[in-house]
Design a protein around this ligand. Structure first.
Ligand SMILES: Cc1cc2nc3c(=O)[nH]c(=O)nc-3n(C[C@H](O)[C@H](O)[C@H](O)COP(=O)(O)OP(=O)(O)OC[C@H]3O[C@@H](n4cnc5c(N)ncnc54)[C@H](O)[C@@H]3O)c2cc1C
Ligand SMILES: NC(=O)c1ccc[n+]([C@@H]2O[C@H](COP(=O)([O-])OP(=O)(O)OC[C@H]3O[C@@H](n4cnc5c(N)ncnc54)[C@H](OP(=O)(O)O)[C@@H]3O)[C@@H](O)[C@H]2O)c1
Length: 465
């Protein structure tokens, strides 16, 4: 027997993965009513709070995501946190299926001595700060002249670039005023990026890497003695156009003459240096010890025992992100993901948990671009629709919610003192931020304090702009 009402689906997390999942589900032809939950007062996840402010082209993906939500057929319920404001058993009361798209926001651990010293930071925390995340501190101690960034992915590049860039070159972006002021006062002169493997093993995107070479008054310096290519490296260069481009850019930089380095700030890219200890004095970072590595032949490395100490006063680890467990939902502690088979969440015995799905970084780990979350979402939605019995006649057994009326969940939240922010609320906040930016010729200036965001979105107080 088929249902005689729309299926009710909740999606938890309004980053790109959640929004793409909502969009794809809404277009399957299934009779469905979708609520999109978000713990922050604003949607868009890492596109708003991760993508670097000086990447306006990528920030523009928000325009496409905005268009999906402004249609009105997907209801946004922001400022509502799964696990705090409602849990799985509550969800089951109001929804027939729940899709988790909560992403990864923590830094992966780097268990080396000294990593907890004062002056040692996680990239994710720094990114949240410069992108104006409401949960990040308002200030940041930018006191170091020499800084180490550990890791050779695109986040390491973002962090190194933001640290090295002159604040005035970030001013046309949406950075909050407190971030500009602190960056402006930074005494930094040298940022050292350390890759534990060779130039053919870095995870930089070609475009991102080339962009580093165009930062005003910042020289990029590489060291010819770090350029080693084993058989694995050659195979990678031949099989991947991206690797070929990255290696070419890096190799071209080795040809620069010392007199070409005239900038007041420098980014040094070091390869085959594995971080082994953050050095401290009186509890504060005073240096970084790296061990020289050698390529094994397959693109992996082993330590040579030769160490090098670098005088730095701050260390940022950019060695990847890691997912966080969610209340009552299975969690893979090793991978930092919700265990799943192609988006169907599975329990410890590998059995599917009925009506529970995952997509995005929390489904497959913190790797990949925004666009990848779209294909991810397609797979998850395909399985949800299959489980529901197809788009034509969804099965009665799938429609398990006791209170499917869309108002019921809002009443439940309000009775708990939660103030959900719907799309119209985000539109108010969006307009407010744009108005803040306008007199300065900037597209927007972000509002950072959570309370202020909520008040603007709910129209309860109009703070002074
Ligand atoms: C620093 C950085 C820069 C990046 N720059 C680029 C780039 O330039 N170009 C590019 O293509 N890709 C970039 N990426 C990758 C891109 O951001 C990811 O591929 C993408 O954001 C993953 O989407 P997601 O929806 O899975 O996770 P997220 O974007 O993290 O979204 C998850 C959402 O879930 C919400 N949430 C979490 N827990 C709960 C809860 N309990 N209840 C309710 N809501 C919750 C979060 O607040 C968040 O809004 C970058 C990544 C990082 C880390
Ligand atoms: N502009 C953009 O397009 C953009 C910007 C930011 C992020 N992103 C995307 O977001 C995703 C996450 O980026 P990310 O930079 O966090 O992750 P990433 O691409 O996985 O890079 C992580 C880096 O950390 C290194 N690392 C891991 N453990 C280490 C250890 N113990 N010691 C030393 N180094 C270690 C890795 O080296 P090994 O390779 O040796 O393991 C790798 O170089 C990526 O897919 C990225 O492309 C895209």
């Amino acid at each position: 027997m088929s249902t005689n009402r729309p299926l009710r689906v909740a999606i938890v997390g309004a980053g790109p993965a959640g929004i793409y999942a909502a969009d794809i589900l809404s277009k399957t032809g299934l009779d469905v009513s979708i609520d999109l939950f978000e713990r922050l007062p604003a949607p868009f996840g890492l596109v708003r709070y991760g993508v670097a402010p000086d990447h306006p082209r990528i920030k523009q993906i928000i325009v496409a995501l905005h268009k999906v939500l402004e249609r009105g057929d997907i209801r946004l319920l922001a400022n509502v946190e799964y696990g705090v404001d409602l849990k799985l058993e509550d969800m089951r009361q109001f929804y027939d299926a729940v899709i988790f798209s909560t992403g990864s926001i923590r830094d992966a651990a780097l268990p080396i001595p000294g990593i907890d010293l004062d002056g040692s930071f996680g990239a994710a925390d720094f990114v949240s700060w410069y992108d104006g995340h409401p949960d990040a501190p308002r200030t940041w101690p930018l006191e170091a002249r020499e800084v180490a960034v550990l890791g050779a992915g695109n986040v390491a590049l973002d962090v190194a670039r933001v640290l090295a860039k002159h604040a005035d070159d970030l001013l046309p972006t949406e950075i909050p005023a407190n971030v500009y002021d602190i960056l402006k006062a930074s005494p930094v002169t040298d940022v050292h990026v350390f890759a534990r493997r060779g130039p053919a093993q870095v995870k930089f995107s070609p475009l991102e890497l080339r962009g580093l070479g165009h930062v005003p008054d910042v020289d990029v310096i590489v060291y010819p003695e770090d350029f080693e290519f084993d058989e694995g490296s050659m195979a990678a260069i031949h099989s991947s156009n991206q690797t070929k481009q990255v290696v070419k850019t890096l190799t071209d930089w080795t040809l620069k003459e010392p007199e070409e380095f005239t900038a007041s700030r420098r980014i040094h890219l070091h390869f085959l240096h594995k971080p082994v200890e953050v050095l401290g004095e009186d509890g504060k970072v005073v240096g970084l010890r790296t061990e020289r590595t050698a390529l094994n032949g397959d693109g992996n490395v082993t330590g040579t025992g030769e160490t090098h100490d670098w005088p730095v006063q701050a260390v940022y680890r950019a060695v990847g992100y890691f997912g966080s467990p969610l209340v009552d939902i299975p969690f893979d502690e090793v991978g930092g993901v919700i265990p799943n088979r192609e988006g169907r969440v599975v329990d410890v015995d590998g059995e599917p948990v009925p009506g529970v799905y995952a997509t995005g970084w929390i489904k497959r780990g913190p790797v990949g671009l925004i666009g990848h979350t779209k294909s991810d979402a397609s797979e998850t939605i395909r399985h949800l629709v299959e489980d529901a019995g197809g788009v034509e006649s969804p099965a009665q057994e799938f429609a398990t919610a006791a209170e499917p009326d869309p108002q019921a969940v809002v009443d439940f939240l309000v009775a708990r003192g939660v103030q959900p922010i719907e799309w119209s609320g985000w539109e108010q906040l969006d307009a407010f931020e744009r108005a803040l930016g306008e007199p300065h010729g900037r597209e927007r200036i972000k509002v950072v304090p959570r309370e202020e965001m909520v008040q603007i979105a709910l129209g309860t107080v109009r703070p002074q702009g």
